[in-house]
Write a protein that binds this ligand. Sequence first.
Ligand code: ATP
Length: 245
Amino acid sequence: MGLLLQLRSVSAYYGHLQALKAVSLHVNEGEVVALLGANGAGKTTTLNAISGLIRPRRGEIVFDGVEIHGRPVEEIVGKGLVQVPEGRQIFSDLSVRENMVVGAYRRYRRGEGREVAGDIEKRVELFPALGERLNQAAGTLSGGEQQMLAIARGLMSRPKMLLLDEPSLGLAPGLVSEVMRVIGELRDRGTTILLVEQNAPASLRVADRGYVMETGRTVLEGTSEELLRDREVRRAYLGKDFEEI
Ligand code: ATP
């Protein structure tokens, strides 16, 4: 498995607050890697630094062999690295189909409109609930369906790698396992995923490896089995939810 994404000593600031303190991590092609940690640990900031939404002050970010640190979001998306933001950020007044079309706008610009139409049908196979609601306004979907739509929209540009920010946030337990099932299926179909989650048990069940962040640093890394066994991880991040595994 080749290296697809590598961060080396990435530091980022909001004003004087140092949100990332020399973060190093990597994701191999075909892996699902979980990024765990409490509120404010720096998980979202890490994703934003990778996708170009914020510009880190120091460090290197290499994706698919190319240095992307400081490059514009557009260019990074064009290389096949797509972020699905926390809180979904779908367009409520547009239909499910229209939201998916938006995710493929670069392909439209390249004149691949016809192919995109076929792709919508193919993507919704993964999300049966969306298939039945293609013409419904996205704002009328349930929270879980909106999360599925956010992921489906992200897939419309046919990314090599997805950055998923808390896809299980606010979902009922049954829907959390549905989202994790989809993530596992995406991996099986060849998409590499960096998954930010506060729900450690659910994400370690689907992930191959994981990192734990604390106040802007990665403090632990290991395979999912190692992290699930780790006493410190169990105490701090798995809590009582762990009993439900
Ligand atoms: P959460 O799960 O709550 O989203 P997180 O691990 O993703 O947490 P970040 O959102 O990356 O954490 O935040 C890291 C730190 O940076 C926190 O101390 C947070 O308050 C701060 N921070 C995040 N965004 C901003 C911002 N736009 N301006 C100033 N400080 C910020």
